[in-house]
Structures are given as C-alpha cells and as structure tokens.
Design a protein around this ligand. Sequence first.
Ligand code: DAH
Length: 351
Amino acid sequence: MDINQIERELQTLGETAIAALEAAADLRELDEWRVEYLGKKSRLTGISREMGQLPPDERPVLGERVNALRGHLTTAFENRARQLQQEALARRLGAERIDITMPGRPHPLGAVHPITRVIEEIEDVFLGMGFQIAEGPEVETDEYNFERLNLPKDHPARDMQDTFYLTDTLLMRTHTSPMQVRTMERMRPHAPVKVIVPGRVYRRDEDDATHSHAFTQIEGLVVDRGIRMSDLKGVLEQFAKAVFGPDQAVRLRPSYFPFTEPSAEVDIRCVHCGGAGCRVCKQTGWIEILGAGMVHPFVLDLAGYDSRVFSGFAFGMGPERIAMLKYGIDDIRLLYQNDLRLLQQFTRVVG
Ligand code: DAH
C-alpha cells in the first residue's frame, strides 16, 4: 500500500463519481449511484478499511482525504437529489395542469317533444283522477283491432280506418281501442277498470297538414257497476279544464262508433276565439277534440264483463291535435320533422 497511489485513486474516484452523479437521470439511478459510491461495498468504504495497513503517521493525512471526499460526494449527492426531485415535481405539475381559463364543455339540455309533453300532461291529469296507465302492442291482430270491438269483416266502418295489413290476420293497429279489450281481459274477473292508454297508431293516409300515416292516440276506459254517461261528461270536463284552462267547457254531439252506444263526438270551446267564431273553428265556436261513448254491451260481454251487471265509458283522443291547439301549430307535419327551431321552444325550464 502506497499513500501516493491511494491519493491518486481518491482523485480519480472523485472525478468518476461526480461525472456519474451528473449522468443520473432520475431518482432510481441516483439511488443506485449512492449504493455504488457511498455504500458499504463502495470503493471509498473499501479504502477506509485498507487504511489500517498504512504506517500510523500516514493514516491521519489519508483519513482526512477520505472523509473530505465522502463529505464532498454526500453534499453533491444531496444537491443532485433535490434537483431531480424538483424536476420530477415540475414535470408532474406540468402534466396535471388544468387551464381554468378554458371554456367548459357544454352539456346541451334536450327538449321534450311537444307530443310527449302533451301525453305527459294528460297522463298527470288522469293519474290525478285515479286512472292507471297501460301500453299495448303496435302490431295487433285483426281480432282485437276490429272483431272484438264490434267491427266484423264486412263492417263499413272498417273503411274509415285504412289499415296496414302485415298478414291476413296481423296488422299495424289503427287505433288504441284494442287495448280496451286487452285491459278488460287482464282485469278479469270483473275488477273495476280505470285506465288510459297512450300509444302510436298507423293508417294508410296520405300525409298532409292534418293527416299522418303514423300518429298517437290516448285511449280511456272506465268499467264498473253503475257507470253512466254523466260520469263520462264529468271526467272529460275535468280533463278539458286541466289541459285548456279552468274556463273550458265541453259539449257532446251524437255520433257513431261501432264499439260505443251511444257514441259522441266531444268539442271544447274554440281555444282561438273563445267561442265567438273564427277561421280555426269554422265559425262554430267549438272544436272537436275526441270521440267517446258508452262501451257497447257486445264489447263488454266479449271481454268477459257481463253487460247486465257492468257498464263503462270509453274515449279516444289525438295528442297531436291537442298539441296543435295548445301551441298554435297549424301543420301536423311540423310535429314529425324534428326541426330544432320548433323543438327548442319546448326546452324544459329547470329550477
Ligand atoms: N278509436 C277511435 C278512432 O280511432 C276513437 C274512439 C272513439 C275511441 C270513441 C273510443 C271511443 O274509445 O269511445 O277513431
């Protein structure tokens, strides 16, 4: 062991260590560096041990050198560690940065379609009167759509409802009335029925300002013991006042439907002129809004409700027509085109 040789070694060791420290690119490499240059198995620790073999007078000189180098490397290590930690933090902050001046991503609020809106409003009115809500199939059988509603094959009233047939016996329902029968069947034996049925119906009509081949209806049905025509009128009056305003009145005009007897067409006072007479009501002061009547005994009996014991009333209305009257829409096609300029007028107001 030669002191000069060790001093030279310490010199190179210091230089190599500092160069390696600067090359350590992250905290993991820095830790490896610490083990290699300052750890128990490092060359520096090795030199400290070997010093014991030197002559006693040389030991303090070299001991000082070794300690100085250890001190120097430790300080350099701590500085580098701090520097790398700061760099890592800065990188993370950079990556996670949120620019609070950026405009937010808008979540546009949809609008409730006017037909849906009218259906929901009418549902609320009837729920308030104790009705239940039911839905039925759009693909119906000839039997339910016609036969059981007292419309046999050769019945002239079938012509009023130009039908999309799928097969000889299957069709797209032309009205929601088949749900009268389906509901009564479901409620047997003889439970009271009080139900409304919203749904889509289909007819082979040319589309124009007042007709569509696919539109919606709301059917109503009440069956129990002792139901009278005055009950029908009372319910419809409640409905008209709730939907068109507390001053509304309804009027029943005799009419004909195969599944009701007697049958009526139901008018409300013209929403446009209030009854004075105008273009909208064709100077009559009244506007037809639905068909109704007392459920035909034949229909009751076929559905399993003995017509000698039970009676009922039914009605059918068109939400499109009601939406058009309520919102002053003069062409039914506007309700099917999904033009945002129309729909955005029905955006639900929150709050
Ligand atoms: N189903 C009839 C139609 O589509 C409307 C209707 C009239 C329904 C009278 C009824 C009713 O329940 O009693 O034209």
